[in-house]
Each structure stands twice: as structure tokens, then as C-alpha cells.
Design a protein around this ligand. Structure first.
Ligand code: SF4
Length: 464
């Protein structure tokens, strides 16, 4: 994480990308939505109702999708999902597959699994292609290569695709397009994710901006879609409510460029489309989350990435510092379930509890609140507390801080006079408990006489 903090280019790229996304969202909401908050409420209800009735929805989806000619599979674990996909590939004697952008396939490390089985997966989303070329994982759930600027991408294409160096965006797009068009030819199987599955119709809805998703699902003869069970909704109306919020929240775009609604394999009278469509409904710990009175709310997530765009911690360190496929506020919560708390507890501290993510979330997930609860749960489970108990100096430091911070008079006195201790604090910054952890990576700030005045002037900030 400290390396990421010191990486100036990363900091600039993140700041530029995230602030652009924030501004686009803000302008769009002001210009196009009469009552954005009411739509958020409605979306929250739509998702809650689907989650409360999930079992019924899943059965209904399976029934109607099979009627449409779609083969529905159930995968309880990540391993099951990988094996089902591999079986389909093996039965059809395929060695190379195409992939559209899908966080569900990232979640189960499908590319690595297939590589071990000598199957090559070619990413067709521009961002996914860039990170595949440099062997990285996505930095953001919507913009996988959002941490790279056009100069860096020019160099990647020059080195990996043997293209002439350019940092012109149009030309970079054209290099990627040419490269991908060649890849699409002759491949028999395409893998995609799913944005929404519609139980009443037995159909799946895929949203994208590049057209590669449509190529992946219609050009090859077999289409395999991996779908988290929480994506199953009741009706098209429900899905349409969520679509109204997805791209505005993700990137400030009013409607998605491509809406792909897949209702089954090609009919005898049709010329195009796959002859086989498989949908894999994957659990992978989602039912554990669903059974919790608070954390079930994280299953409302429509993967718009807005919480990352607004997170002041993500803004500084980017997604890779979380060392999890799902970064940012929502990542902290779902990774704790999917990959286990023991592998994710360090991420619990990557949150200032500032509430910006919860305000930005289109489906009203109280992200900061759930992260705070996860922290408390983790402490209760005695894993973190053992660590803290073993460090007496730190314990003493926090006790002292708690005493000062919870007494108005002492607090006021301390922050009004702390500038008098600048010399001592700086002289012993590497020895004092708690402070020495901070000063390991950066210097302690110089406390100013006006600190108290400044703190008392801070007012509530609105992010809309
Ligand atoms: S938690 Fe909310 S803001 Fe974050 S990705 Fe999911 S839907 Fe978007």
C-alpha cells in the first residue's frame, strides 16, 4: 500500500479518472433526473424484494430459461463454476475462448484455472485486454485499466502488440480494435457475465459500451454466461429500474451504449447467434451473506463502481492495494465473505467511515455502516484484539487518546496548545507509541496555532 501511495503517476491517473467520473455523474443527475433519490429508493426496493424471494426467483428463472432452450447450471462454489465451464469447453474440443468483461469470472480466477488446463482465454474488453497484456488484475470493477494513462497504454501496445507507438486515443482504439477483430474470427465459444437475469422471461441482460460483449455472445457458436445468484430479478420492469441508475452512477452516462437481451439460442429460422446458450447460476458464499440480517444488503450491489469513485482511500491507493478482486468499499464487504475474513481483515482499515460511498451508492447500501459492523465483528471474534492486546504501548496510546477525545474541555485545551509540543513530537516521532507507526512512512505534520479555530469551522459537506 505504501508503494502505491508513493507512486506519483498512479496518483495522478487515479485522481484524473475518478474526478472525471464524479463530475460526469454530478452533471448528469442535475440535468436529467427530476427525483434521483426516489429512483434510488425504488431500486433499493426492487433488489430487496428479489433477495427476499430469491429461492422462488431462481426456480422460476431455471424453468423459463430452459423453456427458451437455455441450459441452466447451478454452481455452489467457485470451483464448481470453473469445472462446469471447463466441461462445456472440453465436450466441444475447444482450446481458445473469448471473454467479455465479467467480474464474476475474475472472482473465480477463471483465466488462471483455464490456463492450467491448457485453455487460452482472450479478453475482448479494452480495459481487460490492457491488463491481460501486462498480467495484472482489474484495478476497478468498471474500469479495469483506469490506473493507466494513454502514454502508458501506448507503450504497452507497442511492446505487446508490436504496434507503432502512439498516445493518440483514436489511434490506440484503432490498434485494439484491429487486434481484437482478428481474435474474434473462427472462435467457437464466448464467455460473458450477466448484469441482470429475468425470472419471468428466462432471459439475461448484458450491458456494455464497446460492442465486444455482443461479439462474444453472438459470433461464437456457444455462449456461456456466469451469473451471481443475486442478479436474478423478477421482471423486465425491475431490471429497467436498475438500468436507469447503473450507467449514470458508473460513469455519468444516461443510457448504456449496448443493451443485449438474450432469450435463448438461435432459432431454426435465424441466421445468427449461438446454437448453445449456457447460464451458470453461481452461489460462492452469497447465501451466507443473504442469511445475515445486515450484510445481505451488500447483495443489492449492481457493480456500478460508484462507491470506489467517491472513496477518499481508493482515490489515493487504487484497487490493487486491496489485494482482492473486489476493491473499494463494496469490495471490503463482499471479499470478507467470498475470500474469508482471515484473508481480508487488513482491508477493514482502508475506510475513513466518511459515508461518501453510501451516499453515492444507487441502491442505498449503507457501506460505511457495514464496514464498521465488520470491524466490530472481527474484534469480537478475538482475532484483532489479540494483536492489539499484545502491544501495550499502542494500547496505552489509544487509551490516552480516548480519554482526551471524549472530554470536551481536555480536547479543546489539547488542540489549542498542541503546537507548543511540535519540537518534542518531531524529536521523538520514531519512538512515541502510535505516532511511530505513522512516521514510519511520512513525516508528522507541523501543528499550527489555528488548529482549534479550523476544526470548529468545519461544516457538513454535501457530495451531490
Ligand atoms: S456498492 Fe453501490 S456504489 Fe458500490 S458498486 Fe455496488 S451498487 Fe455501485
Amino acid at each position: 500500500m505504501c508503494q502505491k501511495l508513493q507512486d506519483k503517476t498512479l496518483g495522478q491517473n487515479l485522481s484524473f479518472a475518478l474526478h472525471t467520473l464524479q463530475n460526469n455523474r454530478k452533471k448528469l443527475i442535475a440535468a436529467k433526473f427530476e427525483n434521483y433519490q426516489a429512483l434510488r429508493d425504488m431500486s433499493c426496493e426492487v433488489k430487496n424484494s428479489s433477495l427476499y424471494n430469491l429461492k422462488t426467483r431462481l426456480v422460476e428463472f431455471e424453468h423459463n430459461a430452459e423453456k427458451n432452450g437455455i441450459k441452466v447450471h447451478f454452481a455452489d462454489t467457485d470451483e464448481d463454476a470453473c469445472n462446469i465451464i471447463y466441461e462445456i469447453i472440453k465436450q466441444n474440443n475447444i482450446e481458445i475462448v473469448l471473454k467479455g468483461k465479467s467480474m464474476a469470472t475474475e472472482e473465480i480466477f477463471l483465466n488462471d484455472f483455464l490456463a492450467k488446463k491448457q485453455i487460452k482465454a482472450i479478453e475482448t474488453d479494452l480495459g481487460e485486454l490492457i491488463i491481460q497484456l501486462i498480467n495484472e488484475t482489474p484495478v476497478h470493477i468498471v474500469g479495469p485499466a483506469l490506473h493507466k494513462n494513454r502514454y502508458e497504454i501506448g507503450k504497452i501496445f507497442e511492446k505487446k502488440l508490436k504496434a507503432k507507438y502512439t498516445d493518440n486515443i483514436e489511434q490506440l482504439n484503432s490498434i485494439a480494435r484491429k487486434h481484437l477483430r482478428n481474435q474474434f474470427e473462427g472462435l467457437k465459444l464466448g464467455i460473458s457475465g450477466v448484469n441482470f437475469a429475468i425470472a419471468k422471461e428466462g432471459a439475461i441482460w448484458l450491458i456494455e459500451n464497446e460492442g465486444n460483449g455482443r461479439m462474444c455472445t453472438t459470433t461464437p457458436d456457444i455462449h456461456v454466461a456466469l451469473c451471481g445468484i443475486e442478479k436474478v430479478l423478477d421482471s423486465f420492469e425491475d431490471a429497467a429500474t436498475l438500468v436507469h441508475l447503473l450507467t449514470p452512477a458508473a460513469c455519468g452516462q444516461f443510457i448504456p451504449t449496448y443493451n443485449n437481451i438474450i432469450t435463448g439460442p438461435r432459432k431454426n429460422t435465424e441466421l445468427d447467434g449461438p446454437s448453445q446458450v449456457h447460464v451458470i447460476l453461481m452461489n460462492n458464499k452469497r447465501t451466507d451473506m443473504l442469511s445475515h440480517e445486515d450484510y445481505y444488503q451488500a447483495l443489492r450491489c449492481i457493480r456500478c463502481g460508484s462507491c470506489m469513485n467517491y472513496c477518499p482511500v481508493y482515490d489515493k491507493i487504487g484497487g490493487h492495494a486491496y489485494q482482492s478482486i473486489y476493491p473499494g468499499p463494496i469490495g471490503i464487504i463482499i471479499s470478507s465473505y467470498i475470500y474469508g475474513m482471515q484473508n481480508n481483515y487488513e482491508n477493514l482499515s482502508l475506510c475513513t467511515l466518511c459515508n461518501r460511498c453510501s451516499e453515492a451508492c444507487p441502491v442505498k447500501i449503507p457501506l460505511h455502516d457495514l464496514i464498521r459492523k465488520l470491524r466490530a465483528d472481527f474484534i469480537k471474534q478475538n482475532k484483532l484484539s489479540k494483536k492489539i492486546k499484545s502491544n501495550y504501548q499502542e494500547q496505552l496510546g489509544f487509551k490516552l487518546f480516548a480519554k482526551v477525545a471524549t472530554n470536551g474541555t481536555i480536547w479543546k485545551f489539547t488542540i489549542s496548545n498542541i503546537h507548543n509540543f511540535n519540537y518534542i513530537l518531531h524529536r521523538f516521532e520514531h519512538d512515541l507509541p502510535v505516532i511511530k507507526v505513522w512516521s514510519k512512512y511520512k513525516s508528522l505534520p507541523e501543528f499550527k496555532t489555528s488548529l482549534y479555530a479550523k476544526l470548529t469551522q468545519i461544516e457538513n459537506v454535501s457530495y451531490e
